[in-house]
Design a protein around this ligand. Structure first.
Ligand code: TPP
Length: 530
């Protein structure tokens, strides 16, 4: 008779979940007992790092990932990055070990009767199986639900004495072979209506979001934009890069405010939003949702986002499928005046440290290999970052979707694990580095080719700008003296270098493609004022 453990490992194998991102404790050891040789355990030294490594891996592969955390404490440590995973719609099966069933109600150490409430509201679903025998089916539900659109993390609590129990083989016989898929295409009527509106528009514009950053959609968005001769913006606060940043139709990132979006879209009669909520604002700058005379239609997988929007029509559907349908529906579009290209900011050459951030990013765009994957968690200079990026392939950029720091460093580890052939550069603020620092150890142990670029401005630069915007004075806690990123890296076994000259910056960045293992570069930068 198979045990819960054997059945579970067979299912995980069938689902391709043979990498376990975890940090273990006594509740989880019975699951890890006799860990099969064809599985890989990726150890993170803090659960926040574990969650973000899995998130980076899932986003970079486009496949779900499995996380195993330790009890309520480990799950709690992972909550910040669970918020990021929820916001980026990352398919994650998050598990935590629970005490032995007989001990849960007794207030025992490592027992949490409210375990399934703990990860609320950052999950699609949380469950603790009623019987040990239900563990395989519960994990099956979690796997499919995490993957179905809109994808996202789900949580299963796993009592430690379940693993050695027998299952009824008949009860679980069909789980491994089940295929659960969403069919997200639009009906012919809807396609005809959307195509008609686009063709009839005198000045259409596109706004693209993270759902379009995959192998299926990326090229189709370009095709649609070119066919329509429509300008393309990236939706506000982008966690991904869904459109090539040097394409002549790309206009940049929409500003993250109500008034800012409306100002940018002035002059367009129809805005088609593809794969983004409408919209993820940040600073409160009220104004009209849209300019007078502008209509908006959003296509995306998230029904909640569709329902929540305060304006515009919405179609809940698979972005790639609808893109394909639209392209088939109108092979030729009416000819329109050429869209003026965005004025690219001058790309200053770095001179000497401290460097302006835009000079560092311009240098990256010059010397990094074309297949580079970037993770960005440097907050005061995202405008400069987007201004200079040269990204032309899907899944090339990852940023914490909920704005929670501590994602970037470990996410880079997961991104590198997903494809060791694409070099990874993580751009981290000197503040951001500290929230996910434990990820350095995993990067070092696995010898992953990651360049961690720590931009040292000596403080919480983004908050310094907010202080000015919000009219706040004398706020404490914004300066970060006394941090030495090179020595921190050394403590985790990573080589590090402090960059002082433009030449050193150019040569060290240029070898990102030929690394044998991770390294950290500390780059002094000047403060940005916005
Ligand atoms: N805690 C978490 C988990 N996430 C956050 N976003 C914040 C606090 C608030 N926060 C936003 S930006 C920022 C902070 C603390 C400053 C980050 O500083 P740094 O990484 O050095 O980048 P800089 O802004 O200086 O470019």
């Amino acid at each position: 008779v198979p045990t819960v453990r054997e059945t579970t490992y067979d299912l995980l194998r069938a689902w391709g979940l043979t990498t376990v991102f975890g940090n273990p404790g006594s509740n989880e050891l019975p699951f890890l007992d006799g860990f099969p040789a064809d599985f890989r355990y990726v150890l993170g030294l803090h659960e926040g790092a574990v969650l973000a490594m899995a998130d980076g891996y899932a986003q970079a592969t486009g496949r779900p990932a499995l996380v195993n955390l330790h009890s309520a404490a480990g799950l709690g440590n992972a909550m910040g990055n669970l918020a990021n995973a929820r916001a980026s719609h990352t398919p994650l099966v998050v598990t935590a070990g629970q005490q032995a069933r007989a001990m849960i109600g007794l207030g025992s150490v490592l027992a949490e009767p409210g375990m399934t409430r703990l990860p609320e509201p950052q999950i699609k679903w949380a469950f603790e199986p009623a019987r040990a025998q239900d563990v395989p089916r519960a994990l099956s539900e979690a796997f499919h639900l995490a993957t179905l659109p809109p994808a996202g993390p789900v949580f299963v609590s796993l009592p430690l004495d379940d693993w050695a129990q027998d299952v009824n083989a008949d009860e679980v016989a069909h789980l491994a072979g089940r295929r659960v898929r969403a069919a997200g295409a639009a009906t012919p009527d809807l396609v005809a209506e959307l195509a008609g509106r686009l063709q009839g528009a005198s000045a259409p514009a596109l706004v693209v979001g993270p759902e379009a950053d995959d192998e299926r959609s990326f090229g189709l968005v370009v095709e649609l934009a070119e066919r329509l001769q429509a300008p393309v913006w990236t939706a506000p606060t982008p966690p991904r890069c869904p459109f090539p940043t040097r394409h002549p139709l790309w206009q940049g990132v929409l500003p993250p405010s109500i008034a800012g979006v409306s100002e940018c879209l002035t002059g367009y009669d129809l805005v088609l939003v593809l794969g983004a909520p409408v919209f993820r604002y940040h600073a409160y700058r009220p104004g009209p949702w849209l300019p007078a005379g502008t209509e908006l239609v959003a296509v995306g997988a998230d029904p909640h986002a569709a329902a929540r929007a305060a304006f515009g029509d919405a179609v809940v559907a698979d972005v790639a499928a609808v893109l394909g349908q639209l392209l088939d529906a109108f092979p030729a579009a009416p000819s329109r005046a050429a869209v003026p290209s965005r004025e690219r900011p001058a790309a200053p050459a770095p001179e000497a440290a401290p460097f302006p951030a835009d000079a560092v990013f311009a240098q990256m765009a010059r010397v990094l290999p074309p297949d580079v994957r970037l993770v960005n968690e440097s907050t005061s200079n995202t405008t400069q970052f987007w201004a200079h990026l040269d990204l032309r392939r899907p899944r090339s950029l990852f940023f914490p979707a909920a704005g929670g720091l501590g994602f970037g460093l470990p996410a880079a580890v997961g991104v590198a694990l997903a494809d060791p052939h694409r070099p990874v550069v993580a751009v981290l603020g000197d503040g951001a580095l500290q929230y996910g620092v434990a990820g350095l150890w995993t990067a070092g142990q696995l010898g992953l080719p990651i360049t961690f670029v720590v931009l040292r401005n000596g403080g919480y630069g983004a908050l310094r700008s907010f202080v000015a915007q919000l009219g706040v004075t004398d706020a404490p806690g914004l300066d970060l003296p006394g941090l030495d990123a090179v020595q921190i890296a050394a403590g985790y076994g990573l080589p590090g270098e402090r960059i002082t000259s433009a030449e050193q910056l150019a040569t060290t960045l240029a070898c990102a493609a030929s690394l044998q293992g991770p390294r950290l570069l500390e780059v002094p930068i000047t403060a940005e004022t916005r």
